[in-house]
Design a binder for this molecule. Structure first.
Ligand SMILES: Cc1ncc(COP(=O)(O)O)c(C=O)c1O
Length: 381
């Protein structure tokens, strides 16, 4: 059997139609979109076509979109961009954000801004009352992700956004994992900044975007040319932008179908696990009601995450943990820790994330291999 890739939350295979668009741009267009001659104008047309295609599907205006180098850059641009437009003040975020947000916030804290990291419940969800309790007179920015990349939990961003609007506080949302899974219509959401990336939706790596509601402050991170209306200097990534636009088109058009497919894949995985090892041999980490369909985070208490991942890898199955491996020891994920899970659940969590190309047969195979691995490890004890 060919390797089974169940790490689509980390990065996804480029869709063949996206690759085709990228190849065409790469081989036929090489101009600098800032050049005034026809080659430059042709490049500029590619950029504005991509911008129009993305913003019309996300429900915002073309001038509210900034192409970036990916989700990390979008998050940093939003946070530093909003913070540097004023002096000092209080920012609220959550303990389960991606490091692109968390580490940026820690840096802002070192620079003198005041930070609050909201707790989450056992399913990874933020409570509005906790946010309300932390609001201060000098709170100027709230940053909460739309859906978590490790456990898939979806946050109540409309309620949070409404509260932020009421109080006149800027609201940033990291929608990197949610794009293509949750319908997004920017002008009908109470959101001021929203981060995206192409490589989680079968687009190319190294290109992303940031929505900035018209008229809002945004101090640039990169200084140079006047690209992206002076908000992100640097020659544009033509092929990346065109590929991103195609990926957004496919992701949004195919959203409903993919949702059903993802649920069917998860169902088959869990059904086969139930038949093999039984429902008491594992725990699902996340929120059953408010979750992304393609991310299933499962703990197998008694089997360390790194041991399970290595055994899965030997069976040709690529899954992941949310944890970072530093010098051979596995750090417990900050997300699972914030969820206050029992120790044996923390140390044995595996993230399975499905996507383009996965089949129910593969899921059955994976569940059977997990059973084999668990039996093998047990006989070794
Ligand atoms: C929620 C979230 N935010 C931000 C990022 C960073 O995006 P990129 O890899 O495009 O820099 C990721 C990627 O894993 C993510 O899952």
């Amino acid at each position: 059997m060919k390797p089974i890739y169940l790490d689509h939350a980390a990065s996804t295979p480029v869709h063949p139609e996206v690759a085709e668009v990228i190849m065409k741009v790469m081989t036929e267009q090489f101009g600098n979109a800032s050049s005034v001659h026809m080659v430059g104008r042709s490049a500029k047309k590619i950029m504005s076509g991509a911008r129009d295609a993305i913003t019309s599907r996300l429900g915002c205006s073309p001038d509210e979109w900034i192409f970036t180098g990916g989700g990390t850059e979008s998050d940093n641009l939003a946070l530093f961009g909003a913070a540097y437009s004023r002096k000092g003040g209080h920012i609220i975020t959550t303990a389960i954000e991606h490091h692109a947000v968390l580490h940026a916030c820690e840096e802002l804290e070192r620079e003198g801004y005041s930070l609050t990291y909201l707790p989450v419940d056992r399913t990874g969800r933020v409570a509005l009352k906790d946010l309300e309790a932390e609001l201060r007179d000098d709170t100027f920015l709230i940053s909460v992700m739309l859906a978590n990349n490790e456990v898939g939990t979806v946050q109540p961003i409309e309620e949070i956004g409404r509260l932020a609007r009421e109080k006149g506080i800027l609201f940033h949302v990291d929608a990197v994992q949610a794009l293509g899974s949750i319908p997004i219509s920017l002008h009908s959401l109470p959101v001021d900044y929203m981060s995206f990336t192409a490589h989680k939706i079968n687009g190319p790596q190294g290109i992303g975007g940031l929505y900035v509601r018209r008229g809002l402050p945004l101090h640039p991170r990169l200084h140079g040319g006047l690209q992206e209306r002076g908000r992100r200097a640097g020659t544009e990534n033509l092929a990346g932008a065109a590929g991103f636009a195609k990926a957004v088109e496919l992701a949004i058009e195919g959203q409903a179908g993919r949702h059903e497919e993802a649920l069917a894949l998860r169902r088959r995985l869990l059904e086969t696990l139930n038949q093999g090892i039984g429902p008491d041999a594992y725990r699902i980490n996340g929120n059953a009601m408010h979750g992304l369909p393609h991310i299933t985070n499962i703990s197998f208490p008694g089997v360390r995450t790194d041991v399970m991942l290595m055994n899965l890898d030997m069976e040709g199955i690529a899954a992941s943990s949310g944890s970072a491996c530093t010098s051979g020891s596995l750090e417990i994920s900050h997300v699972l820790r914030a969820m206050n899970l029992p120790d044996d659940q923390l140390s044995s969590a595996i993230r399975f994330s499905t996507g383009l190309g996965n089949t129910t047969e593969e899921m059955e195979h994976v569940a059977r291999k997990i059973e084999t691995i668990l039996n093998r490890l047990r006989t070794k004890e």
